[in-house]
Design a protein around this ligand. Sequence first.
Ligand code: FPP
Length: 264
Amino acid sequence: MLEKLFRKKTRVSSGSLIERIANVKCRDIPAHVAIIMDGNGRWAKQRSLPRIAGHHEGMKTVRKITRIANELGIKVLTLYAFSTENWKRPKLEIDFLMKLPGEFLTTYLPELIEQNVKVEMIGNFDELPNHTKNSILKAMEETKGNNGLTLNFAMNYGSRLELVEAVKEIATLIADQSIKSDDINESLIESHLMTAHLTDPDLLIRTSGEVRLSNFMLWQLAYSEFSFTDVLWPDFDEKCMLNAIEEFQLRNRRFGSIEGEGKA
Ligand code: FPP
């Protein structure tokens, strides 16, 4: 199915893209890829369009990258769609960003289901508008039995807030004497993060030339490989995704160990 799509829609020769996919799949595929989708505003500005037009185009990139991630056998794709800091943006832009999950899921849910994709979310759910909550809940419910790619939206997510919440939960367990302070270790902390059910990202991609984490998965990215690209998110395509995965496959991951003794 992807092959047909690539033949129709890609600017590079379809053969080379298909060959690259096949080659990439023969090597170590990152199980969890996290992406900071940046550059929508600049993409719109370059075309004298309102910022929201960039976000809308960015939504189409989400579809494209979800499809190729699934095709490559990536297990989890976490996308930073709205940070706890993004509430500082103009109301019109916030309202638009809050409507995007609804539009995306209304348009693409049937195709996500057909592709065996499971939709999940991390972030502060309660503060989202009801229409956003309802779209996400519906998609989660309708895809909960799927076991292909997990498409994990980080929505109203902030890593520091996540850590604060985890510390509060652990403090409560100590206060009610369910655990002792000596019981605190890395796996206990991990079990109180919003990503407790997921493995840590193997690869982080950030688009648009910015080289920072912006409060994204600070704990979980401790040993991830980073890939930064100048490409703006609406222009990020299958070819860019393959570039990042190929770059990852050339890295020597040592996890603090010495040559040849790392976990991967
Ligand atoms: C950062 O670019 C991007 C965001 C804050 C929003 C990201 C959202 C999407 C890509 C769409 C998400 C789609 C779904 C389905 C939830 P920016 O606006 O900061 O860009 P700039 O740095 O160029 O101004």
